[in-house]
Design a binder for this molecule. Structure first.
Ligand SMILES: Cc1cc2nc3c(=O)[nH]c(=O)nc-3n(C[C@H](O)[C@H](O)[C@H](O)COP(=O)(O)OP(=O)(O)OC[C@H]3O[C@@H](n4cnc5c(N)ncnc54)[C@H](O)[C@@H]3O)c2cc1C
Length: 397
């Protein structure tokens, strides 16, 4: 099952029973307490039991030794709303080379909601297409995460790379990404071929390995806890199960979330702004150069002087290379101020693909995946929905 399918499960909040651990080790549910004591006594008991800011008495985080702290989710705390368009193809991303007279174009685009996660892996597969060629001048079209990682790997292989791009990285979809390491929402498993399913496994593993080598503030990569909330028991195993350490399935009563099933695991957070800035610097230090240019069609690209070119134009490939399958999946994100006390991420828990990612620059709330929607405006009702659904998720803390 993909994470997208997992997210489509709708947790109910009706049957959550919060267990309170008493000093003599007796378990009392919140409901039992309410039956057996007056309201004032209950309040006093709860206050005495509950450390400030904790996820509640009796809850033990599986990995961290700190208590759970809820993000401050409110409309009054919203600092920014942004929109991005995931370059989505139901059959999956494209890595292949194509010859046009004396030019070779290596395509590397269409990574849907997992392009940050897959970047080093997909780009490694793309650079593999140059095996047997003598390294020389290469043009990389596009300065998002795919263009930058392709260009860096080409440089390492001895190529002299120029990135031609309409936008520098900070103005791309790549900079909008939430940044959790998860190669999900990339393809529709009902549509994609077994060959593609093998390819994404390969790319995911190369990329995962590369990111584990870049941990730390320089590249904005770190390990963190992820809680996935679902209505039904999560599946055993799964496509990328071995890439998520410390997996524990929590039962109702073992966590403060309003979902019957909660899976805990560790994942990597790649902070897009930091990561993209750092690999841009690496590219320049290795002798790379940028040319700001908007291409109106494929012929303008093929007229470039370089004999080999990498097409890393994301959604731009739809019109540049006539890819009718490529479609936007609009995502809207709501930024709250950063909160270092919130040291985990959540996915799921509401009526859509909700997520809360705590980063150094923001506490980010998401939950929009609108296929075919090119509109660039943040929708106020979408912001209100994302905020109110997250308020509910953290109401039991
Ligand atoms: C809301 C949201 C949340 C996401 N969350 C995550 C996440 O948590 N984890 C994850 O792994 N991924 C996530 N993604 C997906 C990820 O952002 C994309 O898969 C990835 O950014 C695609 O990278 P790219 O380099 O192919 O495309 P882009 O970043 O779009 O870069 C394309 C480049 O091509 C250039 N270009 C395009 N057309 C032309 C033209 N005609 N002429 C010249 N230049 C051109 C652009 O200027 C740009 O530089 C998310 C995306 C969104 C929108």
């Amino acid at each position: 099952m993909t994470r997208m399918q997992r997210l489509n499960h709708r947790p109910t909040q009706s049957h959550q029973e919060v267990i309170i651990l008493m000093p003599d080790d007796k378990h009392l549910s919140r409901r039992q307490l309410i039956k057996s004591a007056g309201v004032g006594a209950i309040a006093a008991t709860l206050a005495a039991c509950q450390p400030a800011g904790s996820g509640g008495p009796g809850y033990q985080r599986p990995y961290s030794r700190k208590p759970w702290v809820a993000p401050r989710v409110s409309m009054g705390n919203v600092i920014r709303e942004i929109v991005g368009h995931r370059p989505y193809r139901p059959s999956g991303f494209v890595v292949k080379s194509e010859s046009f007279d004396d030019k070779v174009v290596v395509h590397n685009y269409g990574h849907g909601g997992g392009g940050i996660s897959l970047s080093w892996g997909s780009s490694a597969l793309a650079v593999r297409e140059t095996l047997g060629m003598t390294p020389g001048r290469v043009a990389v079209i596009g300065g998002g995460v795919m263009g930058l990682t392709s260009a860096r790997l080409l440089q390492d292989a001895g190529w002299e790379a120029t990135i031609y791009t309409r936008d520098m990285a900070r103005h791309t979809t790549s900079n909008v990404a939430g940044g959790e390491w998860g190669p999900y929402s990339v393809h529709d498993p009902e549509v994609s071929t077994p060959e593609f399913k093998a390819q994404i496994q390969f790319a995911a593993r190369i990329a995962h390995h590369a990111f584990t080598n870049l941990g730390g503030p320089d590249y904005g990569v770190r390990w963190t806890e992820l809680y996935t909330l679902s209505e039904t028991p999560p599946e055993e195993g799964g496509e990328f199960a071995d890439l998520y350490p410390f997996r524990v399935d929590l039962q109702p009563g073992e966590h403060p979330f309003p979902a019957p099933y909660v899976r805990h695991e560790l994942t990597m957070m790649v902070e897009p702004a930091t990561f993209l800035r750092r690999i841009t610097e690496d590219f320049l230090q290795a002798g790379g150069r940028f040319v700001i240019r908007n291409f109106n069609n494929k012929e303008e690209i093929l007229a470039l002087p370089e004999p080999v070119m990498f097409n890393c134009t994301g959604l731009g490939a739809a019109s540049l290379f006539d890819d009718e399958e490529l479609t936007p999946a609009k995502g809207q994100l709501v930024y709250l101020p950063p909160d270092p006390d919130v040291d985990y991420l959540t996915i799921g828990g509401g009526n859509s693909n909700l997520y809360m990612f705590s980063r150094t620059d923001t506490v980010l709330l998401g939950g929009t995946f609108k296929l075919g929607d090119y509109s660039r405006n943040p929708e106020p009702e979408e912001t209100e929905r994302i905020v109110s659904e997250h308020q509910r998720i953290f109401s039991g803390f």
